[in-house]
Design a protein around this ligand. Structure first.
Ligand SMILES: *Cc1c(COP(=O)(O)O)cnc(C)c1O
Length: 224
């Protein structure tokens, strides 16, 4: 694909986002985070030249490598993966714009200790396992409100901005929709929350129609 063809291709993805967001609400605004985990720095730069600024990775070492390789560009880096305790310092060294996958009170306490020692703040989202799948990280929907408010109270260096979810792993659209609705209803109950991160390449239209305002698009943004 030439750069010109790629631009037309991305315009079509954006049109789909537009179509879905007006179905939710005419004033609804959705941000696209391009997940570059299967893509090279060169491919990220091609997308940057079309206008994309927010990128995300799911492994700390990849986030580090790509953000360093592209440090000349004014990119906003997100971390969307599961964070192991022994990688906290490596993540904080990169100081990402947003950590999407804070998935337990215990991890929040570990983060808080390290953040306090560095006199740093971290913007984060609480990951919710809204489809209650064993293979997935995140807090259960029943306790999400309580955990969210506890983190807010006990971890002042973590700035919680909202929630993140991965849609149910099934072809049944109704089940996927239900998982998004579960997350959105929790989001609506959070005081001051502004980000509801849900929707990936295969289900972002539906996620937006359910109220998502941040989609994490990997394969579709890089045409893979
Ligand atoms: C890989 C990944 C995505 C993007 O997945 P695609 O299906 O390629 O769009 C989104 N969120 C998380 C947490 C991921 O790991």
């Amino acid at each position: 694909m030439t750069q010109e063809e790629y631009k037309i291709y991305i315009d079509n993805v954006i049109r789909r986002v537009e179509f879905a967001r007006v179905r939710f609400d005419e004033k609804h605004i959705v941000k696209i985070v391009a997940i570059s985990k299967y893509s090279t720095a060169e491919e990220i730069e091609k997308l940057y030249r079309i206008g994309q600024r927010a990128f995300g990775e799911n492994k700390v070492q990849d986030l580090r490598a790509k953000s360093l390789e592209l440090e000349e560009l004014p990119l906003e880096w997100h971390f969307v993966g599961n964070l192991q305790k022994n990688k906290i310092n490596n993540l904080l060294d990169i100081n990402p714009a947003l950590f999407h996958a804070l998935d337990s009170l215990e991890l929040a306490h570990e983060l808080q200790k390290k953040l306090e020692a560095r006199d740093m703040k971290l913007e984060a989202l609480l990951q919710i396992n809204s489809a209650k799948e064993e293979s997935k990280h995140g807090v259960m929907p029943e306790v999400a409100l309580e955990v969210y408010n506890k983190i807010k109270k006990e971890c002042p260096n973590i700035h919680l901005r909202g929630v993140m979810s991965i849609g149910a792993h099934t072809d049944d659209k109704a089940v996927i929709k239900k998982s998004f609705e579960t997350t959105y209803s929790i989001y609506k109950q959070l005081e001051g929350a502004t980000i509801c991160s849900m929707g990936m390449s295969g289900d972002f239209d539906l996620a937006i129609e359910c109220g998502s305002n941040m989609v994490r698009l990997g394969s579709i943004m890089f045409n893979k």
